[in-house]
Design a protein around this ligand. Structure first.
Ligand code: ATP
Ligand code: MG
Length: 446
């Protein structure tokens, strides 16, 4: 097939008849985040390559293997963002948000780019809902972001996700742990994958996150970080667990979770689904107390998570979660003749100004073809306007689902439409056990 009609491997179009699902998920994420005091931020899709090398860490899979990096025409090295935290942190520093009241609670929707092997739940362009809480050191914050993610799942009706948490300590306790890991893995150096052999010296914890089955098996018996935590990290972790318990959030401690990104400290967590195959991690996050300093700012304990929106939708579909119906037009105006078209545009303008969705034919089609189109688009009501209707100033409004017809005035069309459509909605409404007397509301119109 010609390249121009073929999307890039690992990318996915969202089509107009399915986008309502994305919109619903996004609106839910945003409204929950707002309930926790978060405000949306938007940052560019590309950044200087150095930002990710520093901010994600150059011993990670993401930086070593997965980034879309290129030189622009000015010879600068540019990278399409592989994740959202580094850009948000850059903006936090560059725009002086660090001087405002802390914590700064930020959330975002981002497209992310990673050169990975595409498969179910793994794309080269994917989307994340992310939150970052810059400037919060208390374990309350760790528990709160986990609660935020959990509430999003609850509101979307997603159930059965496994929450796994761990603490990966701070640079102090990790030094001892690195030593123990190096010692352990050195015995098996020859068996390790090439990348891990290189990582063994620089960042042995990465070995626990390797996807190769042989390395995974070796990692099974590796020393566990929880045995090496310093008192402060231990206490922090205990408090996070206590706060989660207080909120009735179930979790499992999994000492093998280290997260793919270099800047994490203390708490790390993942929400994992068993229903969508191997790529089951729907949300991953944790604390990254060292990142802001690493990028040149003041020491600013911070934390956040990234939620994979495609994976989240896959889980919802696998679990049969309910989505709202796609939106349709409230009214289709079938206009025949030039005078009727003038009337149609006038009515459509007034109706749209009132917030109704209105469509009409844009192809000079005959009446039958217009009605067929209205039917296909699923419009709730239609009205046919011809010369006759224009002359008399009245037309018939038809409910496309029930077939019920009502006469409406073309002069007071918007009001009449309100009455008819409201009457429909209120018909079944009972107040105090009695059918709602709609007529009493509009009594004057009788
Ligand atoms: P994985 O272990 O699955 O590769 P990761 O540790 O690389 O995940 P993060 O960098 O933590 O993932 O990104 C946060 C979330 O973004 C993941 O939990 C997942 O839901 C989603 N995600 C990551 N990579 C992809 C991808 N290639 N395609 C779709 N979603 C992804
Ligand atoms: Mg990955």
């Amino acid at each position: 097939m010609a390249l121009i009609t073929k999307a890039i491997k690992g990318t996915k179009d969202v089509l107009p008849f399915e986008v309502h699902k994305n919109q619903y998920i996004e609106a839910t994420c945003l409204s929950v985040a707002e309930n926790f005091g978060y405000k949306e931020m938007r940052t560019p899709v590309f950044e200087h390559t150095e930002l990710f090398q520093r901010g994600v860490g150059d011993t990670t899979d993401v930086v070593q293997k997965e980034m879309y990096t290129f030189d622009d025409k000015g010879g600068r090295s540019i990278t399409l963002r592989p994740e959202g935290t580094a850009g948000a942190a850059r903006s936090f520093l560059e725009n002086g948000l660090s001087n405002l009241a802390l914590p700064q609670k930020i959330c975002y929707f981002t497209s992310c780019y990673r050169y990975e092997k595409p498969q179910a739940g793994r794309l080269r362009e994917f989307h994340q809902f992310g939150i970052e809480c810059f400037g919060a050191s208390s374990p309350l914050a760790d528990a709160e972001i986990i609660a935020l993610a959990k509430q999003i799942f609850d509101e979307l009706g997603v159930s059965g996700l496994e929450l796994e948490i761990n603490s990966i300590g701070c640079p102090e306790c990790r030094a001892e742990y690195h030593k123990a890991l190096k010692e352990y893995f050195s015995q098996y150096k020859e068996q390790l994958c090439h990348t891990c052999q290189e990582r063994l010296e620089r960042n042995p914890m990465r070995l626990l996150d390797c996807k190769s089955p042989e390395d995974k098996a070796l990692a099974e018996n590796a020393p566990e970080i929880l045995d090496y935590l310093c008192d402060e990290c231990k206490e922090h972790f205990e408090k996070v667990k206590a706060y989660l318990n207080a909120m009735n959030i179930e979790f499992k401690v999994n000492p093998k979770i280290v997260r793919g990104l270099d800047y994490y400290t203390k708490t790390v967590f993942e929400f994992i689904a068993s229903s969508i195959g191997a790529q089951g991690t729907v949300c991953g996050g944790g604390r990254y107390d060292g990142l802001i300093e690493e990028l040149g700012g003041q020491k600013t304990p911070s934390l956040g998570f990234g939620m994979g929106l495609e994976r989240l939708q896959l889980v919802m579909e696998a679990q049969g979660c309910e989505f709202p119906e796609p939106s349709v037009s409230d009214l289709f105006i079938a206009a025949m003749g030039e005078k009727a078209k003038l009337k149609a545009v006038e009515i459509a303008k007034d109706m749209r100004a009132e917030g109704f969705a209105v469509t009409y034919d844009l192809n000079d089609r005959g009446l039958r073809a217009q009605m067929k189109y209205a039917d296909k688009t699923g419009a709730k009501f239609n009205v046919v306007i011809g010369d006759d209707e224009v002359e008399k100033g009245v037309a018939v409004l038809k409910n496309m689902e029930s077939g019920e017809e009502s006469e409406v005035s073309l002069v007071t069309f918007v009001n009449d439409f309100y009455s008819v459509s409201m009457e429909e909605q209120l018909k079944d409404l009972e107040i105090n056990g009695e059918a709602f007397d709609f007529k009493s509301l509009f009594g004057g119109n009788e």
